[in-house]
Design a protein around this ligand. Structure first.
Ligand SMILES: *Cc1c(COP(=O)(O)O)cnc(C)c1O
Length: 395
């Protein structure tokens, strides 16, 4: 049996999204900037997609900028707020220690350019509070950027409360909602969000396309200079097939959100209950404020990398940490941020489900993970030391 349980890394495209893209490779191939009829047909399709995305977020179409994905949207949002702040002599940014690298590395660059960054501590349950944000805001704060839901441990932040705190203080608020869009109900106005990033391939759309919501009136800075596309804020001929695919995928995910969440949450909880039976293991992140599809564990005495390879051999595609950290020997910065010690953080496993997964697949995972963990522990010198008492168990 082949089980794909790595939907936080990327998802399979939906049939609806593929079908929505196809006409824009042949029948409607005009350049939306062209004045002739084929161009204008493409332009109409582009604006129609923008309206669809806007509707799913509760904003106006003119508040949506199409980008090449979540990373670009994060970069542009953060750079824009920083540029605006610097002009007013404000160079302090608030974020958290467990953001995606698209945010963290952009913030590191800004630190090199003279900005000061406060990374809020994340509670061991994987949450930050609006109160923490409130206490960290200073007169020179020019941006708060906090992810909507974490990509490794699935925890959902109190975004509306944080947004309210930022609005009251008059500080722009950006959220990386790449894991949330299409999976959780989002209303940028009610949640007081000024800037929001999303990416199509995390909700059954195509890779290489995303969007940035920019509250009307917020001055955006270009990352890419050139033509006047996207209201002059993002140059380059639009990826119309991708944008159409994204809009279709988002509309479909939003229409089926409740039913999908119910189905996926039931599978998630069965997995969590089952895997918890493995001795000396722990779930990462809060159990209630959690993405429907996220299962994240640490197993003491083993290496996450070996676990992944053996699971792959059993037909289960999973992840330890994020796709970006896999391949490096450093433990996940997210697990360290919630207080897992290095040894424990190394033995991590993330299973991320979607509505295409089945109960039979959950059964398969519940059968193979305990076996593989036991197999690895039997070979592990660390596990032997734990068993003989030479080392103390942490979990
Ligand atoms: C996947 C992801 C990104 C990056 O999105 P891309 O479209 O792959 O650039 C950013 N933030 C989070 C939380 C993600 O999960």
């Amino acid at each position: 049996m082949q089980v794909y349980a790595d939907n936080a890394a990327t998802t399979k495209m939906s049939k609806t999204a593929i079908d929505a893209m196809l006409p824009y490779f042949d029948a409607v191939y005009g350049n939306p900037s062209s004045l002739h009829t084929p161009g204008q047909k493409a332009k109409e399709a582009l604006e129609d997609a923008r309206a669809t995305v806007a509707k799913c977020l509760g904003c106006e179409p003119r508040e949506i900028i199409f980008t090449s994905g979540g990373s670009e949207a994060d970069n542009q949002a953060i750079r824009s707020a920083a540029r605006l702040g610097a002009r007013k002599g404000k160079k302090h940014i608030i974020s958290t220690a467990f953001e995606h690298h698209a945010v963290l590395h952009t913030l590191q660059k800004l630190e090199e350019e003279g900005f000061e960054v406060t990374l809020l501590d994340v509670h061991e349950n994987g949450l930050v509070t609006a109160q923490q944000v409130k206490e960290a805001i200073r007169p020179d704060t020019c941006l708060v950027t906090i992810m909507y839901a974490n990509n490794e441990i699935g925890t959902i932040q109190p975004i509306a409360e944080i947004g309210a705190v930022c609005q009251e203080a008059g500080v722009p608020f950006h959220t990386d909602a790449v894991q949330a869009a299409g999976h959780l109900p989002i209303d940028v106005k009610k949640e007081h969000i000024d800037l929001l990033s999303l990416s199509a391939h995390k909700f059954h759309g195509p890779k290489g396309v995303g969007a940035l919501y920019v509250r009307r009136g917020f001055p955006l800075t270009n990352l890419i200079e050139g033509g006047a596309q996207e209201r002059g804020k993002r140059a380059g001929t639009e990826n119309l097939p991708g944008i159409r695919g994204m809009a279709a995928a988002l509309a479909e995910s939003c229409a089926n959100m409740e039913a999908n969440a119910r189905k996926v949450t039931a599978m998630r909880d069965r997995l969590i209950q089952g895997l918890r039976q493995i001795p000396h293991s722990a779930v990462n992140g809060d159990l209630t404020h959690r993405l429907p599809g996220n299962v994240s564990f640490c197993f003491e005495g083993i290496e996450g990398e070996s676990l992944l390879l053996l699971l792959d051999a059993q037909g289960v595609a999973a992840s330890s940490g994020s796709a970006c950290t896999s391949g490096s020997l450093d433990p996940s910065h997210v697990l360290l941020a919630i207080g897992r010690v290095h040894d424990v953080a190394h033995g991590s496993l993330r299973l991320s489900l979607c509505e295409y997964n089945t109960e039979e697949e959950v059964d398969h995972i519940l059968e193979v993970v305990p076996q593989v963990v036991q197999y690895l522990r039997n070979m592990s010198p660390v596990w032997r030391d734990l068993q003989t008492g030479k080392r103390q168990y942490i979990l």
